[in-house]
Write a protein that binds this ligand. Sequence first.
Ligand code: NAI
Length: 333
Amino acid sequence: MVRVAVFDTKPYDRQFLQAANRGYGHDLVFLEARLQPGTAALALECDAVCAFVNDDLGAVTLARLAAGRPRHVALRCTGFNHVDLQAATRLSMTVTRVTAYSPYSVAEHAVGLILTLNRKFHRAYNRVREGNFSLDGLLGFDLRGCTVGVVGTGKIGQVFGAIMAGFGCRIVGYDPYPNPQFTAVGDYLPLAQVLAQADILSLHCPLTPETYHLIDGRAIAAMRQGAMLINTSRGGLVDTKALIAGLKARKLGAVGLDVYEEEAGLFFEDRSGEIIDDDQLQRLLTFPNVLITAHQAFFTQNALEEIAAVTLENIAEVAAGRPCAHQVCPPPV
Ligand code: NAI
């Protein structure tokens, strides 16, 4: 039986992991604490740790884990930008992730942000409940005929492009590693042209040293006047300072974010009774044309079932010494 410390557990994690674990029988130790250097000791008697997007998997945490029994970090997410892979390799730790789970969950959430920002459902909902049936300020535009730019045309970007093509949008994409399936819905262009042509720009690439602050002041300056920017990928893709400047200058027409550079200490928790010290986030929340959700794009029943199943299978395969197709480190053979 594999003993697994499941960090950053929320009630829904427990629900879906416990249901999927009926087929595995791993010994799951659910911990509410986020994984970080100070909490790594909670896992010392476990064979594996199961971590999420905002857990700290830097060199110090990994070294503390490696001082005990854990030899496997099983990420229950797709992105692995928060893992120090060099340290993991040095410490002979295996890192696995959930390479793919319902790309529809994230793509559909991005579409939801676009529709809400465009047709202002959030404002209409509140107005009508208060008996205010005025339409002033709710003016939108037809999506049909708009140009939608997709940066990162992998699994999620491709599904997103296909949905937007269904609205009658023209789809243009940028990806250094083109996806043949994407060409069925859109055309590849250099990034500069995607930025210049898109009425709506949606980010679907991973956060890497190359993509950090991909959308900075220069990129925003190169975008169309009044363009809408959607980020459901990783907060670090967008320079928040430049984003605020672009909004203040009325250059950006609307911004939808499911991720935020400094989300780690904030998202996934109820902070409604607290004073939030993050002035940039608070400034963003004052714009009427900004919509922020707290990293919920993945949050569908289908995705959570898949994440739980793949994570537990990864744990079983690594424990049995079998090759695991979802290994990040060492790379799968
Ligand atoms: P994927 O690996 O299928 O696709 C990513 C694409 O980005 C690849 O085609 C890759 O070639 C491309 N890419 C790499 N570097 C690039 C660059 N410099 N410029 C443009 N494109 C580049 O990944 P998938 O499953 O589509 O996920 C995309 C991202 O979505 C993940 O990396 C993750 O950060 C984010 N995500 C967010 C979730 C949320 O709940 N908000 C949930 C799941 C994923």
